[in-house]
Design a binder for this molecule. Structure first.
Ligand SMILES: Cc1ncc(COP(=O)(O)O)c(C=O)c1O
Length: 381
């Protein structure tokens, strides 16, 4: 099997799974319980928080655990809206966000909030000046993804951060779900960022767990009320095994990330260069540093994306149409639409997404299968 669908989800790392099992069995106490089993669970939870904070380069009390990327995005967006509604009702985001952001702001629009959607250019990037131009006295939040999950475009987060230095009251949220282990910190981390969203299953951690970075002093209202866990901000008994396992996965994904990102970039180049030889292939991702090393989106003219996905599946190779969320619903790829790719071509798009486990030999086999599939459809067309 060749698995090139790592932006949809990743296989849990074997030692991470072991950690999950061990913590489930040996530290099953509720971290809020007063007895020593509770203490043990609380301690192991604290050390996971510390490890994550160290890797993300922030304070321990700036990390809050969630159920994943969707919750993190919803929490920061709706939590900001609830917390700051007396100061304003305007939100700025882009028109290429993951549905966890775009549908959260759509819901707020129905409640009377106003949203400006900053457009992207042909390559999938926003222009920071458009963010500047959209800012109003009543703007409370700017939410921009770091790496686009469909084409891999890296948004100019640092330039937006620079602009927002002049607007200290606006919350700046970055969806960083697609960034872990890709050696992108220099491009996307900035002290002006107030909130970042992360998701465990995108870096070989367990499903259903994630975390947000929330800068000290920045407040968002809780969305999940209850027993007051996570410093009264996100209630619910902590998922200790998943959290501890996620901390381990984060360490493993980041410790060798320079070399790993380099290899993924090399594999991506191999595919990109090969696609240049196919007359009816169109590539939407580029090789320069404004694209993440692990995502390549391309189309084969005249063949629907899902047909390409299934043709690869016949070869025991797994890829996606442009995002896992849109795949089954047959939704048009939103990023390609925003890049003004014609509908007919956009419906032929597929996404290859790599990770540290992928090899040169796998890419060679992928290219072989691609040639076979390409020839097949050339004959049919
Ligand atoms: C950019 C981005 N944000 C948010 C999410 C949602 O994360 P989760 O699946 O953990 O809810 C994803 C998942 O694909 C994503 O790619």
């Amino acid at each position: 099997m060749i698995y090139f669908d790592n932006s949809a989800t990743t296989l849990i790392e074997p030692t991470v799974l072991k950690t999950y099992q061990k913590v489930s069995q040996d530290f099953f106490g509720n971290p809020s319980s007063l007895h020593h089993l509770g203490d043990q669970a609380q301690q192991i939870l604290n050390s996971a928080r510390q490890q994550i904070a160290q890797i993300i380069n922030c304070q321990t009390d700036e990390i809050y655990f969630t159920s994943g990327g969707s919750e993190g995005d919803n929490w920061v967006i709706k939590g900001t809206a609830l917390e700051k509604r007396q100061f304003g009702n305007h939100i700025i985001t882009t028109n290429v966000e993951h549905p966890a952001v775009s549908n959260a702001v759509h819901q707020l629009e129905k409640l009377g909030f106003e949203v400006t959607y900053v457009p992207v250019d042909k390559s999938g990037h926003i222009n920071p000046q458009d963010v500047q131009a959209a800012i109003r006295p009543e703007t409370i939040l700017v939410s921009i993804m770091a790496v686009n999950n469909e084409v891999g475009a890296i948004q100019p987060i640092k330039s937006v951060a620079k602009i927002l230095q002049d607007y200290p009251n606006i919350h700046f949220h970055v969806d960083a779900v697609q960034t872990v282990g890709k050696d992108l910190a220099a491009q996307i981390q900035d002290p002006r960022i107030d909130f970042m969203t992360f998701s465990g299953h995108k870096f070989h951690g367990p499903r259903g767990v994630g975390f947000i970075y929330a800068k000290n002093g920045r407040r968002i209202a809780p969305l999940i009320n209850g027993g007051g866990q996570e410093d009264n901000r996100r209630s619910g008994t902590e998922n200790t095994p998943a959290i501890v396992a996620m901390a381990r996965a984060l360490r493993l994904a980041t410790q060798d990330q320079v070399a790993q990102a380099k290899l993924q970039n090399h594999l991506r180049q191999m595919l990109y260069q090969h696609l240049q030889n196919l007359d009816n292939a169109v590539v939407f991702s580029q090789l320069d540093t404004s694209f993440a090393p692990h995502i390549l989106c391309f189309a084969l003219r005249g063949v629907r994306g899902e047909t390409i996905v299934h043709a690869f599946e016949q070869e025991d190779i797994y890829i996606s149409t442009t995002s896992a969320c849109s795949s089954r619903k047959g939704v048009e790829p939103i990023t390609l639409a925003a890049m003004h790719v014609p509908d007919q071509l956009a419906t032929s798009a597929v996404r290859v997404s790599l990770d540290a486990n992928n090899t040169i030999s796998e890419m060679q086999q992928f290219i072989k299968a691609l040639d076979k599939i390409y020839q097949h459809f050339q004959v049919l067309n």
